[in-house]
Design a protein around this ligand. Structure first.
Ligand code: BDP
Length: 703
């Protein structure tokens, strides 16, 4: 990953660093302080290519001194209280100071975990070969809960994971603690991630059984020094699933008691448990609505069970949609009436878009509509809709686009990032989560570049103003090389990759044209399913007269969910950003686009552009052989070839399919599809998809 700690290749820089860091001095002896010191030792001896001395007192000239005013007399003597006061419980200061008249570099914080985060930041400066002269860096996270979510089933199959089996080897836990568990904690802590939800939101009730809790406690033990809190996805129907009650009605005192007792038991195993994550009344999962209660009833009942412990929160997912509503976009109707009704230790976890992690979506209107509810973001790092672990699709630009969206909820400055931070509505609890995919694959994530989205997520969870480009550059430097000739073209490749993925799949605001179930290849022709909102025609609404879903006031009026200034923009076919045009409007094939092309011509153009972008990515990568080790070079090269093949399949399938409605020719100058539509339709049924679809039911309690 990005903790490779290879020797500094630039000779001059290496010499300077060696002079500037002679020794690591750490006084506190908590587990966290030990991990911070060990990480510095490990990294510095790697980067500086020589062992580095350590001490607990009498720092030498150019020592690196780490600690808090509480655990270190050296730090306490520096009188940094004012600076530190501004940095809170997790922030840190990295600064040049004088100790006993000698120059020293200092990593100081109010808490041990602040020192750990500061240490990773310091290492990052060296990994990216930045100057250490006159250092004075203060940093503190903007959000409280920075959490990764695993969709791992207890049988070790990862839903939408694509990188091998689950990391959690239930068969050998708690006795064997694989060293990967600690590496996993280091990877997360290096970004300031402070929580992990171990198991799938389509949750197996057994996660709360003593047998599993004992194993989970062993993992929590490994993560604890890195201050990564453990959270569990729970199954709402656990009381009946355990055979204890015939109901899970949240207003039934027996159910409330059951959760109190079970939660108390969980805390016995994991005294610092972070809390629960819940997917309820969503895609067949049980929930309070099964008992004619609402989401707040369910969430608050669980939150009450957490309260005696004063630590825990309930992350309650807002990913709820029903085929009865007519427009899947309208799931907002479920939650908006509940604003202000959730307990203060409940946080609503909302996916960035209103539908489902599509290559591009407008933001979920819940973010600007729930003034009195704690809300956190849910992003997806695992590439469920971006070609799995086969395609290269850096998600930083998607995250950035989402976080920087202006909602106008309270006038200008009401960006999603600011709402998450609690600046716009003054909510108390804040956070950001991402569904990640590490598994037993040697490189953790399948495609090496999926790591970069994990990285970008972590950086943006710490500070939502960090740009996708900055995160990409940092990641490239740490993961591959600091060579500028490598960085520049690779950064461009990464920054294009998400848009390429949009273009060859669903440009101009189209969405969900996937073959059903696996979500890998195209199947815009899908018209039959057990639910209308699980077909493709439901989303694109292609017809002889045009294309797109009318969500204006002459259609589903989902547009009214947005604050008025934005609703006005989105509702105006001439003002809506073209990249969202077909999300909100059903538009004639002859509609004139800004480029001067008609909608049909523009659509074709975008599909072809997507393929050309992948080809440009291939060319850019092929020129990098000098800077990348042979194994990763060959792997990425091969995967980009598969990506080109798939992009062409997407392009040709969609263009030929939409052509049956537009009745228009593919304009001159574009390479012609090699096959007819029927051929592409057969591919959707016969072609190998790199990961089988594992239905949620595979983790049923009773089976
Ligand atoms: C969808 C996935 C499904 C998840 C669901 C969720 O296809 O596997 O269970 O989201 O987020 O995108 O709950």
């Amino acid at each position: 990953m990005w903790l490779r700690y290879q020797p500094i290749s630039n000779e001059q820089q290496l010499k300077t660093y060696r002079k500037q860091i002679t020794q690591v001095v750490a006084q506190g002896d908590s587990a966290t302080m030990q991990k911070a010191a060990a990480e510095l030792q490990r990294c510095l001896s790697g980067l500086l290519a020589k062992p580095i001395a350590s001490a607990t007192k009498n720092p030498a000239k150019n020592a690196l001194v780490i600690g808090t005013p509480n655990n270190s007399t050296l730090i306490a003597a520096l009188g940094l209280n004012t600076e530190l006061a501004a940095l809170g419980d997790e922030g840190y200061l990295i600064a040049e100071q004088k100790i006993n008249k000698r120059t020293a570099l200092v990593i100081a914080a109010n808490t041990d975990v602040g020192v750990l985060y500061g240490s990773f930041h310091f290492l990052h400066l060296l990994q990216t070969q930045q100057s250490l002269d006159n250092l004075n860096i203060g940093s503190a996270p903007k959000l409280q809960h920075r959490v990764v979510n695993h969709w791992d089933n207890l049988n070790r199959v990862e839903e939408r994971g694509y990188a091998g089996l689950s990391l959690w080897d239930w068969g050998t836990l708690p006795d064997h603690k694989s060293e990967r568990y600690e590496d996993y904690a280091r990877i997360n802590a290096s970004l300031g991630i402070n929580g992990t939800v171990l198991n799938n939101v389509n949750a197996d009730p057994r996660i709360l059984s003593d047998q599993f809790l004992e194993k989970i406690a062993a993992l929590a033990y490994v993560f604890r020094p890195y201050r990564i809190k453990m959270y569990l996805s729970i199954n709402y129907n656990s009381p009946p699933a355990f055979g204890d009650l015939e109901t899970a009605d949240p207003l039934d005192p027996r159910v409330q008691q059951w959760w109190k007792e079970r939660t108390a038991r969980v805390y016995k195993y994991i005294p610092d448990l972070g809390g629960y994550l819940v997917k309820a009344n969503s895609e067949g999962q049980p929930g309070p609505q099964d008992y004619n209660r609402n989401h707040a009833d369910g969430a608050n009942m669980l939150a009450a069970g957490q309260k005696p412990f004063w630590l825990g929160v309930v992350f309650w997912r807002a990913f709820v949609y029903s085929p009865d509503i007519g427009d899947r976009f309208r799931s907002y109707d479920e939650f908006r009436p509940l604003d202000g009704k959730f307990a203060d230790n409940v946080i609503l976890q909302v996916k960035n878009g209103p539908i489902d992690f599509q290559p591009r979506e407008p933001y979920s209107a819940l973010f600007s509509a729930m003034e009195k509810t704690n809300m956190m973001m849910e992003f997806q790092v695992t590439q469920e809709y971006f070609g799995f672990a086969t395609h290269l699709a850096y998600q930083g630009p998607l995250f950035e686009e989402s976080l920087r969206t202006e909602t106008y909820a309270k006038g200008e400055g009401s960006t999603i990032g600011n709402i998450l931070e609690g600046k716009v509505f003054k909510t108390k609890r804040t956070g950001m989560a991402a569904v990640i995919n590490p598994g037993t694959d040697r490189n953790w994530t399948g495609h090496p570049f999926v790591q970069s989205s994990w990285y970008a997520f972590g950086r943006m969870a710490w500070d939502h103003e960090i740009s996708a480009e900055t995160a990409a550059e940092e990641w490239l430097r740490m993961t591959f090389s600091n060579e500028q000739k490598f960085i520049d073209p690779m950064k461009e490749l990464m920054m294009t990759s998400r848009e390429a993925g949009v273009n060859y799949r669903s440009p101009l605001g189209l969405t969900h044209l996937y073959s059903q179930g696996d979500h890998y290849g195209p199947a815009p022709w899908t018209e039959n399913s057990e639910r209308p909102d699980w077909t493709a025609i439901y989303y694109h609404r292609a017809a002889k007269d045009g294309l797109g879903f009318n969500r204006t006031n002459t259609g589903s009026n989902a547009i009214a969910q947005y604050p008025a200034p934005l609703a006005k923009i989105y509702g105006d076919v001439n003002a809506v950003p073209e990249e969202l045009l077909l999300w909100f409007h059903h538009v004639s094939w002859d509609h004139k686009m800004k480029s001067g092309r008609t909608l049909w011509e523009e659509l074709v153009h975008k599909y072809y552009e997507g393929v050309e972008q992948v080809r440009a990515m291939q060319t850019a990568w092929d020129a990098q052989e000098a800077w990348v080790d042979a194994a990763r070079f060959a792997q990425v090269k091969a995967l980009l070839k598969v990506q080109e093949r798939d992009a062409i399949i997407w392009r040709d399938s969609c263009v030929l399919y939409f052509q049956t409605y537009s009745g228009k020719l593919i304009p001159a100058g574009y390479e012609k599809p090699k096959h007819d539509l029927e051929y592409y339709k057969t591919l959707a049924r016969t072609r190998y998809v790199p990961e089988p679809w594992h239905p949620a039911e595979s983790s049923g309690f009773s089976s």
